[in-house]
Design a protein around this ligand. Sequence first.
Ligand SMILES: [Zn+2]
Length: 218
Amino acid sequence: MAQGLRLVLFGPPGAGKGTQAQLLRDRLKITHISSGDLFRHHLGQGTPLGLRAKEYMNKGELVPDEITIDIILDKVMSVADGDGFILDGFPRNPHQAEALEKALAGKSWILNKVVHIEVSEPELLRRLGGRYVCRGCQSPHSIGEGEDAATKKCDQCGGELYQRDDDGPEAVKKRIQVYNDETMPVLGFYRKRGVLADISGDNTVDEVNKQVMAALGA
Ligand SMILES: [Zn+2]
């Protein structure tokens, strides 16, 4: 049933896209294409695309859309005809969505579903604001309500927990703003194509997964 399912998992930072994508990969036996992982791979391996991206990052500039698109589509196009994939973290703006559609059309492929995990802004702020990292082993931790990051220690190595600048309150608000301004318009693009399924993400991982599976008819 999962044969050839081609999906996009869509939602704000903090919606749990990565976790849901891994669950879908395991249950549907499709390739998980995470834009974050792909970037790290290209940068780490120093591939031609990675080196191009790095030039901009070194200057403190945003990586141009065309490089991001090349990195993702290179992977998408490598998926075998009968196999499916799930995209997580791409497309992030309507231009990227158009580039994806064009590339898929070149193979006579279509997206079967775009699953939109919706999470309220207060919940996003709570989740993203609770992200901490161990100074010792770098493992991620979440600090819940009523917990104190200053006294809680790493459960792996006992190290001190701290918050990266990226996860500080100002950075978190900025990321949500960028999502609202640049990424949300992609929803209109897919709504017109009739492939959008809206799921409430203000739930447990299991509950969200059930809803996603139901939306896929799986
Ligand atoms: Zn640690």
